[in-house]
Design a protein around this ligand. Sequence first.
Ligand code: GDP
Length: 311
Amino acid sequence: MMDTSEKIFVAGYRGLVGSALMRRLEREGFHNIPKRDRSQLDLGDERAVQSFFAKERPAIVIFAAAKVGGIKANNDFPVEFLLDNLRIQNIIIHSAYETGVRKLLFLGSSCIYPKLAPQPIPETALLGGPLEPTNEAYAIAKIAGIKLCQAYAREYGANFISAMPTNLYGPNDNFDLETSHVLAALLRKAHEAKTRKARELAVWGSGTPRREFLHVDDLASACLFLLEKYDSPEIINVGCGEDISIRELAELICAIVGFEGQLAWDDTKPDGTPRKLLDVTKLHNLGWRPTIPLRDGIAQTYEWFLKNVAH
Ligand code: GDP
């Protein structure tokens, strides 16, 4: 078992992933978790981050800080997705090494894999072909992060590991329709369509792409599991092993929210990659399983949305 008095720094602790990690760590009894919000520590400011690490000397770092967004934001702002992500991950990974961090967990994304990767996608598919153009910039930044962790492991023996989560959802997700991912966007749209008594709900693309969704509390559980049990620089996928089409997702969300109108497909918006299902054999063989069924997780996220965003 990990020692709950060890100092853990969660970079990005207020985000979807970071806040789930904080809930989980606190529940497990970890109490030595320095918090700095954006106004106290700019993760893109190399000097500020270096002096934070030198002062706090965390034993463990979980890298959950990133500029993230849905298909539209990624497609519209490649410069920011590339530059901001490269900058903060370079600064944090390097600072972690310089101050002797005992273990670092870098979180990537399933979009690092080639657009036409074999499905389900094994870890070995990395760099086997061209990326999906709508999120190439973000993917390139994440691939650089993985390679930097592997380089620190190879050259300096650092225990820097990298996990690749599938599409995530849950409390503290971004519900802004321009920049959010599909699940949060459809929850909001279905809620608003129901409230306005609208007849239609606009869904982007064709509805045929398939995605895998993991509740962020399951990801947090997997992260702690990996911190305890996994010490290899080889990347490891984190998912539930099941995918659904965007059409099925939209129907499920409408049923949960109680919107009874029609779906209207907006084919001026991109579909993105046709399918993204991770092969999670490696993580399953180590003994980890998710526990939150999709329907329950969406219902719980809708409750959170009603309390925190909709009112
Ligand atoms: P991706 O997994 O990187 O493609 O990112 P998203 O979660 O943003 O999009 C997943 C799929 O959902 C794509 O095929 C989108 O076209 C589709 N989609 C349908 N409606 C929406 C919506 O309202 N917002 C977003 N972001 N995606 C949508």
